[in-house]
Design a protein around this ligand. Sequence first.
Ligand code: NAD
Length: 391
Amino acid sequence: MTTIMVLGAGYAGLRVVKKLAHAKTDAHIVLVNQNEYHYESTQLHQVAAGTKEPADVVFDLRKSLPDSVELIIDKVVGIDQDNRKVSLEHHDPLSYDYLVNALGFESETFGIKGAEEYGWPLVDVDTALAARKKLEQTLARYQTSHDPLDLSIVVCGAGFTSIEYLGELVYRLPQLSKRLGFPMDQVKVDCIEASPKILPMFSKDLVDWAVDYLRKRGVNFHTSTPITEVRQDAVVSNDQEFKAHTIIWTTGVRGSHVIADSGYNQKRNRVVVRDDLSVEQHPEEFLVGDVSAVPDPQSGRLYPTTAQISMAQADTAAANVLARMRGQEPQRFTFRSLGTVCSLGPHDGVAEIDRMGTLKLKGKVVSVLKWIVNERSVLELADVRTMLESN
Ligand code: NAD
């Protein structure tokens, strides 16, 4: 029997599996994932700030997968492309006829000294929860230490994750101040960004609105300030030092280390795929999500790595596995953005919707939009019951 193996149960992998199962193929579909649950990576910043609990952003894979899919809980350690085998930490190697690799992302430190040791990344449920504990414990310690650095927070980078985290943080801090007894007026929040721009994918008026929103709530932005070193109690940019006891590391992501470990031709653990999302020399193997780098035929640049693109890639990869099995021509990946939403805490945000021109939105209406985007994703990846349970 033909075996289709899907690695990773993030947005892309889970959607591939659902599409394949729905197609009612005779093939044996195997999903390998290191956790028994799927987590909504676009909501990790909320777990890290404490505005959502881990249970709000995860769902059980076994409950949501069709019976026809075999689920193996284990860590992938390597892929042998030539022999079509996947090595796992605890199971014997598995053979496949078709592979869809959706192993996802890891924190990118760019080799900056101290970033791994002292920066707190937000890349999965465990790291988001660890960052939350670190924040709350450090703020709570102020009552006995009276050390101003216990009330100082540095957020590294001003991309999507940083800005969405800052939005939740400024919403949560007054609540924490009441609960933990620290003076709100002595809290210091710095955001350090290498580039001169914040959220470069949004138009200037929306960026200005977002920055103003966060500034009014106490965030100090430092643009054109590349981080060169991270220490236990400071973020360093050349000769400038930003002292803090909580350092959140959100300067971008790279693909899974399994890519480099398996000897792929890669950059930051992302492999440039062909226009049908398959790997050069391996028409039976597809890469989707953060482990793939897909050139946009219009701009010539690589598409950014977003959940929206991952889901679109999943549809193409699933269709192309089925096409290959049936001896048909695979289709090219095409992508048309629906728009971009950036939340600023639970009740506000900015958004650009790309339909019939660009619709720009800011404020409370965006939180409704974000809710719809999140719920739609749970509904598509799990089911109605899971969506209702998560509310
Ligand atoms: P990102 O690449 O979007 O942002 C990282 C930021 O860190 C950049 O602005 C970069 O200039 C800055 N940076 C990098 N190195 C630095 C240094 N040494 N010093 C100072 N600043 C530095 O990464 P992200 O925010 O982690 O997001 C990862 C991916 O996920 C992106 O593709 C993003 O678009 C996507 N995402 C999307 C959403 C959404 O659509 N709402 C939310 C979160 C993440």
